[in-house]
Design a protein around this ligand. Structure first.
Ligand SMILES: *Cc1c(COP(=O)(O)O)cnc(C)c1O
Length: 460
């Protein structure tokens, strides 16, 4: 199968094109996003013929890759302010490449001792950052949604150990703010709790959990004859990028024996920034948390951590009897802790970024993106016609332009259609806003001014 000379030649082509692609994206000359209709794209890439006939070679691969890259979305582009996906740094990209060739699916140690050990050490580092101490445990999974599911499964096992054998009792409840990521509600349904098990926590006008209203929420659960399984907080929330106040929530959970789960998919990386670490104050009181590498640690999609304060909680998630994972000096299997059976070498992506940039470098990356978002907020607040509902705490900023009836989603469409800016939108306090997420160092103050100009122009 592998003609090694062929592989080398194609790999050099790939490296050359990717380098040019990242450089061009960073200069911002190409459209940040293109969404031509799928039929046109299938024809442009000649997909059906390749699928039928095969026969791609060095020359035709070069042409195919060029079209493929040109028609995609450029995350390294200064005007990329869309979803919270990292503009990957190159050490992590190398890890993807290595995995693609080596393929050590190391959910069992003997299928990749080096990969499994890298994951183990990355998790140990993350546990230390989270303040979970030496008793903690973790595993890397394919994404934050799966990580939330896994953490809540651990909570379910802690509250109802028999559920694994006997099925799920009908009286469980989850306390969740409406601002939580949708994967939490989904997890409740997947876990067999049903969406009706969700008891919404009271939040302020910006969707942050109101710690003073927690006793009332617990009261509602108990009066409904339900058993609380877990309470979920966001650090930070996806829509607004605002952090729930973890310490008082954690203290309430500890006082009432509630499992406290912190969804830090996006915002846990602020642990690496001296200036922003305080946003996660109280995290160490959580029973479980999740942390995505593919958001603010500069790795490609996906590499997410599930971390628990007591290691055994994770082992019990997938079985009643925790069978310890270590076989003395023979290594360890993580397969007992994950939904997945076969798994990617997820640890290597996070590890290589850390090894190359250092904990400090990644912390500076987080701090710099958060600072750029803060400047966008300031600039927008000062401009006539713009309104900003809150001061951002992270790299996610929401704002509106124009009168109350101006359709912000249509405004976003117009910017996307001409490929000048990629923004998302979100509801804040029941009103649709434009939403910008600063992911990438190419986004400068000049970009921010140009964005506000472009929004103004698109609206008028
Ligand atoms: C992105 C995100 C998730 C989902 O993570 P995926 O890796 O996209 O599955 C969950 N929670 C929060 C707060 C997020 O921002």
């Amino acid at each position: 199968m592998w003609d090694v000379a062929d592989f080398e030649a194609a790999a050099y082509t790939t490296v050359a094109q990717l380098s040019a692609y990242v450089a061009a994206s960073g200069r911002g000359h190409e459209p940040v996003v293109r969404t031509r209709p799928p039929a046109e794209l299938a024809a442009a890439m000649d997909l059906r013929r390749w699928l039928r006939e095969g026969g791609m070679d060095q020359d035709t691969y070069r042409g195919f890759l060029a079209t493929y890259l040109a028609e995609g979305t450029r995350l390294h582009h200064p005007a990329y302010l869309g979803h919270q996906c990292a503009a990957p740094d190159f050490p992590a990209a190398l890890a993807d490449f290595v995995h693609g060739a080596v393929n050590n699916p190391m959910a069992i140690y003997e299928m990749g001792a080096s990969a499994a050990t890298v994951e183990f050490e990355v998790l140990r580092w993350m546990l230390e950052k989270a303040g979970f101490g030496p008793g903690g445990g973790g595993v890397l999974t394919h994404g934050g949604s799966l990580a939330n599911l896994t953490a809540l499964l651990a909570a379910r096992a802690a509250v109802t150990p028999a559920a694994w054998e006997d099925g799920v009792p009908g009286d469980l409840a989850l306390l969740v703010p409406p601002s939580a990521h949708y994967s939490v509600t989904r997890a409740a349904a997947i876990l067999g709790l049903g969406r009706r098990s969700i008891f919404p926590l009271e939040v302020d006008a910006l969707g942050r959990i109101d710690p003073d209203r927690l006793p009332a929420a617990l009261d509602r659960v108990l009066r409904a004859g339900r058993r609380p399984m877990a309470l979920v907080a966001s650090a930070c929330s996806t829509g607004t990028g605002l952090y729930d106040e973890l310490r008082p929530i954690g203290e309430f959970c500890a006082d009432h024996g509630l499992w406290f789960h912190v969804d830090g998919a996006h915002g846990a990386s602020a642990l690496l920034s001296e200036e922003h670490r305080h946003l996660l104050d109280g995290l160490e009181t959580a029973d479980s948390m999740i942390w995505d590498g593919h958001k603010m640690l500069g790795v490609s999609s996906v590499a997410a951590a599930v971390l628990v304060r007591r290691e055994g909680d994770l082992d019990r998630a997938f079985q009643q009897e925790a069978s310890y994972l270590f076989y003395g000096d023979r290594g360890f299997d993580s397969i007992g802790r994950t939904v997945e059976c076969t798994k990617g070498e997820l640890g290597l992506k996070i590890f290589l970024n850390l090894a190359w940039r250092g904990e400090r470098g990644l912390g500076e990356h987080v701090a710099a993106r958060y600072a750029t978002a803060h400047r966008l907020w300031r600039l927008a607040s000062e401009r006539p016609g713009f309104s900003c509902p809150y001061e951002p705490q992270s790299n996610i900023v929401c704002f509106r332009y124009g009168s109350a009836d101006l359709d912000q989603a249509a405004l976003r469409r117009r910017l996307m259609d001409d490929g000048t800016f990629y923004l998302t939108s979100a509801e804040v306090g029941g009103t649709r806003h434009l939403r910008a997420t600063v992911m990438n160092p190419a986004t400068t103050d000049q970009t921010l001014e140009a964005l506000l100009d472009a929004v103004t122009k698109a609206a008028n």
